[in-house]
Write a protein that binds this ligand. Structure first.
Ligand code: SF4
Length: 70
């Protein structure tokens, strides 16, 4: 899985870091805008990452599956 975000669309809602805190951060020093902590998270994080993608109100999070995986 590869995780990317579009920094121009993030509205700093914080849903992603609440849902997948090992993969996303909303740091005070970044005014709450998203940072990706792990662009290639382990399988144990995939469900949380997909949930964060679904919950993001501005479609900022983009998830690509690795070829050959589901
Ligand atoms: S859920 Fe989306 S809009 Fe909210 S902080 Fe995360 S990336 Fe930004």
């Amino acid at each position: 899985m590869r995780v990317t975000v579009n920094p121009t669309t993030c509205i700093a809602s914080g849903n992603c870091s609440r849902t997948a805190p090992r993969v996303f951060a909303n740091r005070e020093e970044d005014d709450g805008y998203v940072s990706v902590l792990d662009e290639n998270p382990p399988e144990s994080e995939w469900a949380a990452v997909r949930e964060a993608e679904d919950l993001c109100p501005s479609a900022t999070i983009h998830v690509e599956d690795d070829p050959g995986t589901t």
